[in-house]
Design a protein around this ligand. Sequence first.
Ligand code: H2B
Length: 127
Amino acid sequence: MLNTVYYSNIVKTLTVVPWFLTPLAYALPMAKITSEDARQKLQGLPGWALEGDTIKRQFTFSGFPEAVAFLVRLGFAAEAVDHHPDLLVNYKRVTVAYSTHSQGGLTDKDFAGAREATSIAASMAGK
Ligand code: H2B
């Protein structure tokens, strides 16, 4: 089972998937990440913290419209990859939390989402 799940992640990560492996990539779930591995992965994501089964970060913008604009941009990016963060707006601050509901924990999709959120926020002078 471990082998299959690991294989599934590899298959999904590859840009070019051999045609005969394509159904496998969609049929198998992403591997759940242990909290030890999550801590390791968070080293490359400043400001993000592990909270239970989620990774979380708060971004601060210059005002409420900018915070909402960030939320909308991230929302479209999330919809495009069918992986959705929890989002909370408090005036000019937006808290973004990721976990993979279907797995009841963290997967590579959450870290990809965190990188995307960080990149969008940086392009909008979010801190
Ligand atoms: N987002 C997150 N964060 N976790 C999920 O398990 C998830 C999701 N599942 N977005 C997706 C949608 C699933 O419901 C659809 C059917 O692909």
